[in-house]
Design a binder for this molecule. Structure first.
Ligand code: CAA
Length: 258
């Protein structure tokens, strides 16, 4: 499907979704968020897709929610339409793994979108921030909650209250991103990671994703129990038999998602 604000390519079982509003540094307007939710839904339902990568341009992953679109809105419009209440939730419901490949600015809603992905690989020019405070507002797509869980209260407060940006080295140090690579290596690195995931059993990939996500929603004991039960359930799959047989026979496994 052709989108106005996205370029979507599927190659080697990976859906690459590129945010494409260069004139606004990929600011997240309603059209883009709707199209992104749609692209993720169709990737989730497409048997050829086993992992998703979301990226932007070299200058900006996304510079935030679209300020021009929001500037004249009233409280009644924001609350009445549950602004940002629908599309971001549907992004979070995607069952297949999503990697954010971030170069340049990931600010406000852009930082929040990256944090909604399963993990973030960033280029050495990346800058993360929640500068909404400079606009007389606060984050609205989960930034106060997710950033705090990822980097801790002190740094999250610092970012949200001062609006300062965090560079790639600080983002890696604080656990916001999983890897930092030179800008030229960003897409090869992200696509290689996605292809590595795509080669696993999709059943165990989705189970692992659900378990890690559960860590943010529950107590340690409940999370460990949830993990153990899903671990037990893996033994009902053919892929468990194949994975372990391949190890013992010293060959590569051929997973069939069964
Ligand atoms: N919304 C709409 N347009 C944006 C935008 C945004 N968030 N960010 C950048 N743009 C537009 C600019 O208006 C400009 O357009 P024009 O050429 O038509 O004027 C174009 O993108 C290029 O931007 P700049 O000229 O500002 O580029 P720069 O290199 O000088 O600065 C920047 C880059 C530091 C990212 C700067 O653009 C900036 O500060 N952007 C806003 C960042 C921000 O405040 N984000 C939070 C938004 S609110 C939010 O996200 C709420 C939420 O949590 C849901």
């Amino acid at each position: 499907m052709a989108y106005q604000t996205l370029i979507v390519e599927i190659e080697d079982n990976v859906a690459l979704i590129r945010l494409n509003r260069p004139e606004a540094l990929n600011a997240l307007n309603s059209v883009l968020l709707g199209e992104l939710a749609d692209a993720l839904k169709s990737a989730d339902g497409n048997d050829k897709v086993r992992c998703v990568v979301i990226t932007g341009s070299e200058k900006a992953f996304a510079a935030g929610a679209d300020i021009k679109e929001m500037s004249s809105k009233t409280y009644v419009e924001m609350f009445g339409t549950n602004f940002f209440g629908t599309e971001p939730d549907s992004i979070g419901r995607t069952r297949k793994p999503i990697i954010a490949a971030v170069a340049g600015y990931a600010l406000g809603g852009g930082c929040e979108l990256a944090m909604m992905c399963d993990f973030i690989i960033c280029a050495d020019n990346a800058k993360f921030g929640q500068p909404e405070i400079n606009l007389g507002i606060i984050a609205g797509i989960g930034g106060t909650q997710r950033l705090t869980r990822f980097v801790g209260k002190s740094k999250a407060m610092d970012m949200h209250l001062t609006g300062r940006f965090m560079d790639a080295a600080e983002a890696e140090r604080s656990g916001l991103v999983s890897r930092v690579v030179p800008l030229a290596q960003l897409m090869p690195e992200a696509m290689a990671a996605a292809q590595k995931i795509a080669a696993k059993s999709q059943i165990s990939v989705m189970a692992a994703k659900e378990c890690v996500d559960r860590a943010y929603e529950t107590t340690l004991n409940e999370g460990v129990l949830f993990e153990r039960r899903l671990f037990h359930s893996m033994f009902a799959t053919e892929d468990q038999k194949e994975g372990m047989a391949a190890f013992l026979e010293k060959r590569e496994p051929q997973f069939r998602d069964k």
